[in-house]
Design a protein around this ligand. Structure first.
Ligand SMILES: [Zn+2]
Ligand SMILES: [Zn+2]
Length: 301
């Protein structure tokens, strides 16, 4: 501890100030030397200066630790990304209508566009193939009587994979209706679109109502297209039997609980599904009839 270096600015007798002073530690000399001198002398000093080696080893050890931490973090991120994609795929398959509601509410339009493209490229092909498999299974037999009675119409479903279309034809007596369901590339993130290809013996008003029915089924139900078309068929079978659809959801048979409209407004005599009416009361924070606006039950005796 008694050893002292000459004060700064005092000449040591060498213009570059790099000569080894008696008793000076190698590390102190390295700090004093300009880098160029240090590198030129490195080969000769390495053999003597054993204290420099642990520094280099520690540095490479640190590098190894940092890169292994980075690799672990990247592996974790890849695993999380795979999990997220798997969850998204499962949600789109099981709850497409719920995912569509979430997607429609996205504020970041850039992200929404990127998600739609990624869905069309990576997720939709498998889901579309499953959808068309289901439609082909459904189209193997014509749908004759729906189990109600012999007067029910006949539904024929055809799949056209190349055009991503499902053609549904409903025949009853002399009337027929042909609907084309187009599945977009990012289906089911984007809902199916509906078009009327042929209409014989069916009024414009009835067609409009049925288009609304099928659109409502395809957009808001979580089932497959084939299931939706079957539900539509049982709806129009009932309609031909004279049962009026619910004015809220445009369906005769409720999409979830399969009930017919039973709650009657005493004022306007319209019939509603109980589930639809309760949902309407909740969302409107009141209990008025959706059509005549008279408080529900006010004129019950
Ligand atoms: Zn309803
Ligand atoms: Zn009413």
């Amino acid at each position: 501890m008694s050893r002292r270096f000459p004060p700064r600015g005092v000449s040591s007798g060498n213009s570059r100030g790099t000569r080894r002073r008696p008793g000076e530690p190698a590390a102190a000399r390295r700090l004093r030397e300009p880098p160029s001198t240090r590198s030129s002398r490195a080969s000769s000093t390495d053999a003597r200066d054993s204290r420099e080696r642990p520094t280099a080893t520690t540095k490479s050890g640190n590098d190894a630790r940092v890169s292994s931490r980075r690799a672990a973090r990247e592996a974790h991120e890849r695993k999380s990304a795979r999990l997220a994609v798997g969850l998204y795929h499962a949600a789109l398959r099981a709850l497409p209508a719920a995912v569509r509601v979430w997607f429609a509410d996205l504020r970041d339009k850039g992200f929404a566009g990127a998600l739609a493209s990624a869905t069309a490229a990576c997720v939709s092909p498998a889901l579309l193939a499953a959808e068309f498999d289901a439609v082909e299974r459904a189209s193997e037999g014509n749908y004759g009587a729906g189990g109600l009675d012999d007067d029910a119409g006949e539904l024929t479903i055809k799949a056209s994979r190349g055009n991503r279309e499902v053609i549904a034809r409903y025949d009853i007596d002399d009337a027929c209706l042909e609907l084309v369901v187009r599945l977009p590339a990012s289906y089911p993130l984007a809902a199916a679109e509906l078009d009327c290809a042929k209409r014989v013996g069916i009024s414009e008003a009835r067609l409009r109502k049925w288009m609304l029915t099928v659109t409502s089924i395809l957009q808001h139900q979580n089932g497959a297209v084939a299931e939706g078309l079957m539900l539509w068929r049982s709806n129009i079978d009932r309609e031909f039997k004279g049962v009026e659809p619910c004015p809220i959801c445009y369906l005769v048979i409720h999409g979830t609980n399969h009930q017919t409209p039973r709650l009657v407004c005493r004022q306007c005599s319209n019939k509603f599904h109980s589930a639809c009416l309760y949902k309407w009361f909740q969302s409107s924070s009141g209990s008025k009839c959706p059509l005549c606006q008279v408080p529900w039950g006010s004129n019950y005796r």
